[in-house]
Design a protein around this ligand. Structure first.
Ligand code: IFM
Length: 495
């Protein structure tokens, strides 16, 4: 199958064409842009650059800063059929011919389900202070409903206990895309009922683990489900239906709000928030058309998710663009936005790439890309998105829960993995985050994506995103040079 890139996916022109084909409204003009042209700013870091040595401590982070790393269940766990785990949409999708590179699946992945104790030791050796992982919904409720599976909860209890024993703070994501297949068969996220099933699942997890998990994230990257799963279809469930896509966006936001309320209802003191992948959207040139197009692009990429949660309304330009008769507009019930905007404790930001938007709503590439051709390496985008959130939404506590890049890392004969490009990338993005902190952005932690090489969805195992190399045939773990570097960053609490 020819794979559509994420960049194509995010092309506003492509979305516009598919949206129009499905009857959504034409793109309306809109005032003022967000961000600004990047000319004269810092440069993107070179993925082939040589690092200049270890951290020197010139850029010190606040005391207690939460240096971390992140993973997700389907991408690392394996153990697909163990201890009562049910099927997820990603089991179905990845086993279907032609859906993933080389037909790869998460059946075994990094075998973390069996090797979690060794992985916990690797985290301790890194000096991590925070570990962000996700809970597999079909391990807790095989079919997405009913009494929780104790063996599933026990696995995460062992993981969480192991983190505490090693002085690492757990941060658990409730949904990182592995929807129980039975719920998909009942309509998936197109079905409003799925949001209520999610709240019940969240309640079961809060009651099973809540006393030991200080920070919860609700839905990981709702936008990726919307765009990759329902617009382009190169992620599960593999549909191409723009009307359904934005109805799904609303139901994912509703599920987020219901889960926030479910946590409060347990009386927990745990903190909770969404995990949003955000992209600074810059006009590609100085024209008024590019400015307007970039603003609307920003609406779809960022404000659709941020405004609904933090302002209690969807952005008017996006709603106008979708049209009053869109499935999404018709799916918004009285009270939904109050639920979606239930107060949160922290906002998780995932930053990978900026977009440069042309007057016709397309995008252009300005900076070197990583092995993932959708990813332009532009560290200043980290600064821009963090400062923009604080400027536009107030001082909501922030955590960066994903930032990283893939490389074709290889294990050399002497047993080392030299991933110098990753060190340059991380250093430059951490420096940008530091600049934001020094200007008052309340950023409390930062998590590298990812702790381990893992199953990169449609890309299978081709892209390696980890600090730790996984030799899949043997499941041997080898900390890459970036892992050694990161340990020194954590030790120095700075760069
Ligand atoms: O691997 C993914 C992760 O699951 C969600 N955020 C982006 C990462 C890299 O594509």
């Amino acid at each position: 199958m020819s794979m559509l890139t994420r960049q194509q996916l995010n092309s506003r022109a492509a979305l516009s064409a598919t949206a129009r084909a499905a009857g959504a409204g034409p793109h309306a003009g809109a005032p003022a842009t967000t961000g600004g042209p990047a000319a004269g700013r810092g440069t993107g870091s070179d993925p082939d650059a040589q690092p200049t040595g270890g951290p020197r401590g010139d850029l010190r982070f606040p005391t207690g800063f939460g240096w971390g790393a992140a993973t997700s269940a389907y991408q690392i766990e394996g153990g697909a059929k163990e201890d009562g785990r049910g099927e997820s949409v990603w089991d179905t999708f990845s086993r279907a011919p032609g859906r993933t590179r080389n037909g790869d699946t998460g059946d075994v992945a990094a075998d973390h389900y069996h090797r979690y104790a060794d992985d916990l030791d690797l985290m301790r050796d890194l000096g991590l202070r925070s570990y962000r992982f996700s809970i597999s919904w079909p391990r807790i409720q095989a079919d997405g409903t009913g009494a929780p599976n104790q063996r599933g909860l026990d696995f995460y209890r062992r993981l969480v206990d192991g983190l505490h024993e090693r002085g690492i703070s757990p941060m658990a994501t409730l949904f990182h895309w592995d929807l129980p297949q039975a719920l998909q068969d009942a309509g998936g996220w197109e079905n409003r009922d799925t949001a209520y099933r999610f709240a019940e699942y969240a309640d079961a997890v809060f009651r099973g683990l809540g006393d030991q998990v200080p920070a919860w994230l609700t839905i990981n990257e709702p936008k990726t489900v919307v765009q990759n799963g329902y617009l382009i279809g190169h992620h599960a469930p593999g549909f191409q239906n723009p009307q359904a896509a934005y109805l799904v966006a609303h139901h994912l936001q509703l599920a987020h709000g219901l889960a926030v309320r479910a946590l409060r209802a347990t009386g927990s003191t745990g903190r909770i928030g969404p995990a949003l992948n955000l992209h600074p959207c810059y006009p590609a040139d100085d024209s008024a058309e590019a400015g307007r197009a970039a603003h609307l692009y920003d609406g779809y990429e960022n404000r659709l998710y941020l405004d609904s949660i933090l302002k209690g309304s969807y952005p008017a330009d996006v709603l106008d663009d979708l049209g009053a008769d869109s499935w999404m507009a018709r799916g918004i019930a009285d009270g939904d936005l109050e639920t979606i905007s239930s107060p949160i404790d922290l906002l998780a930001v995932q930053y990978y790439t900026p977009y440069y938007v042309t007057g016709d709503g397309g995008t252009v590439t300005r900076w070197p890309t990583s092995q993932a051709d959708w990813q332009q390496i532009y560290p200043d985008g980290m600064y821009d998105i963090l400062t923009r959130i604080t400027r536009d939404y107030g001082p909501v506590p922030l955590t960066v829960t994903e930032n990283g890049l893939p490389q074709a890392d290889t294990l050399s004969a002497d047993g080392t993995v030299d991933d110098n490009g990753r060190i340059s990338f991380l250093r430059d993005h951490m420096a940008a985050a530091h600049r934001a902190i020094s200007e008052g952005v309340p950023l409390e932690s930062y998590h590298v994506w990812s702790l381990l090489d893992n199953f990169e969805w449609a890309e299978g195992y081709d892209q390696r995103w980890g600090l730790i190399y996984v030799d899949y045939p043997t499941q041997r773990r080898v900390p890459k040079r970036s892992a050694h570097w990161y340990r020194e960053v954590i030790r120095a609490n700075g760069l």
